[in-house]
Design a protein around this ligand. Sequence first.
Ligand SMILES: [Fe+2]
Length: 433
Amino acid sequence: MSAFAKRERYGRRRFLGRLAGIVAAGAVAPSLLSAKGGTKGSKPDEAAPLVDSPPVLQRPTESGIVVTWAVGRMATGYVEYGERSDRLDRTAWGDRHGLKPCHERFLQIRIDGLKPNTRYWYRTVTCSFDYHDAYHFERGEPVYSEVFAFETSGPNRAEGSFSVINDTHNHQPTLKRLTERLALVGADYTVWNGDLVNSFDNADMAVEAVLRPGGAAFAARKPMLFVPGNHDYRGRWARNIPLLLPEWEHPAEEDRPFGRNFVVRSGPLALIGLDTGEDKPDRHPAWASLARFEPWRAAQRDWLERALKSPAVATAPFAVAFCHIPLHWNDPNGNGGDLTTGYASFQRQAANLWGPLLTRHGVQALIAAHNHKFRYDPATSDRSWAQIIGGGYGQTDELTAIHGRAVGDAMEIAVDELNTGTELGRWRFPKRN
Ligand SMILES: [Fe+2]
C-alpha cells in the first residue's frame, strides 16, 4: 500500500451519507436516489430531486474557483462562502449581464476575489423555480448543502499533490472504487485525464458520469481538473459540456481560445493541462468533416510555450504535464493518430510539436491515458520527461489511480492498481534545473 493511501484526511462518507446534510427550510428535498433525470420543461416534476449532485469544484486559480452542481428541475442557486466555517458572510451570485442563473439541469457559480493559498468554507444554496411566464413564477424555499472547505491555489505552500484517474467511460463500479481511493489519498487536485464517457449523449448521463461518479462527492473539497479525451468529443450533446465542465478564462487575450488548457500551481508543483483531441485524423470519414483537431494541436504549441515561460511554471521546482493520448511510443511506425485505419496508440503531431518544448523547459513527467494499459517510460538523454500511462477500467486487470506529491527536494509519483491492491511503480524526481 502506498504512503498516500495511509493518509486518510477525511472519511469515506459518500454522497448517500451526505443526504442528511442537506437542510431544507420549509421543504424536504425529495429523494436524491430517484435522480434519473430532470424534466425538460418549466413545470416542476415533483418526482425529480431538486439537488441532483454534490458540488464539484473546478477551474481553481489563485483568486477564484467555480462551483458546479446538478439540479433535477428548474432552479436558481448561489454560493455562500467565507474564511471561517461558522461565518459564510459573502455570497457569489453567478450573475451574468445582470441576470442570475436559472437552469433545469446545471448550476454553475464562479467565486472571485479570493486570496492565494487560503482556506475558504462554502455551501451551495438551491431554490426551485416554477416559471409560468415573465410575470408569474414561484420560487421555492432555499435548500442548503453541507459546508465544505477548499483551498485556493498558489506557490506559497510547502507541499503540492495530485491524483489522476482516466478512461472511466461512465463505468459506475469503477468510479465507485476510484472515488473511494481519491477520498483516501486526499490529494490537492484530481486530474481526470479524459474519456469520462463513451460519448456525451444527453444531460442525464453527463450528470451521472461527471458530477456524481460512483455516487461520490469526489470534488466538493479538492478541485477536479478536466483533461479532454477523444471520447469526450463524441456524442450529440458534446458541445454542451461547458455547462458542467467550465472552460478556463485566461486573462491574456491571446490565451482566451485555450479554455481547455490550464496551469495550476500547487505549492512547489506546476500542473499543465493539454488537449490531444480525437484519435484519428481530421480527414477520417467517421468525423463527417466536423473535426479540426490538427490546427487545434498546432495552436496549443504556442500556448504551451507561453505557459512554460509563465511565472507559475518557470518558478516551480517541479512540473508535470497531462494529456489523454500518449506522446511517446516505442514503435515510431505505430499508429500516431494520422492513419485512417485503427486508432491512435500515441499522438504523433502533438509529440513533435509539444515534446521538445517540454524537454527544453525540463518538465519531469507527462501523464497520459487512452491505451487502458499501464506503462512507464523513463526519461532519456534527449527527453527530460518520463511518461506514465494510466490503466483501464472494468474487466481489465489494471485499474489505476496515480498519485504525485512534491515536497522538499523531490517529487514522488506512484501508480496504485486497485484490482489487486498492488503498487505498479514508484518513481522519485529531483528538482528540475
Ligand atoms: Fe481514449
